[in-house]
Unconditional design. Sequence first.
Length: 169
Amino acid sequence: MATIKTPDDSLYQFYQANKSGFFETGKVALKEIILSDPLAAAKVKEMLVAGKSFDDLARKYSVNKNTSVYGGDMGFIDYNDLGPYSDKVKNLKPGEWTGPLRKGPVSFFLQCKEQQKARLRSFEEAKDEIVTKYRMMKFDIALQDRIDQIRSNTKVSAYPKKLRDLKYN
């Protein structure tokens, strides 16, 4: 089987021509406090405004036990995955919070830990992905060339009358 060669100058040209495929979307590291009771949401908001620790309040009041044990830490989340709440957190600075927000029967607070803006990954950062995409492109071109070659060397005869007369059981 032939190997697809990937010289660096060709990879760099491919990267330059396809930069839009190597963007990293914006992300935000968030903490959450999820509450099923609107009265608890009001109480938690008062405590946050008074300067109480978001982590401590998440551990004590949040109904999401998967994140509450970590002080509400959700890790990094792509802005696109936040839906309508994306605008609420995009401009938060680390340590700032918003809420209570509502989703169905629950109220929740979100605190920003860190913002990562959308950016173009450098050639070196994206090199493994560039090699993969370049090789797939070259393979697709070689495959299409082979299919075209086979088609041009193959004589196909169609017999419309015989096809129309076929009987199916």
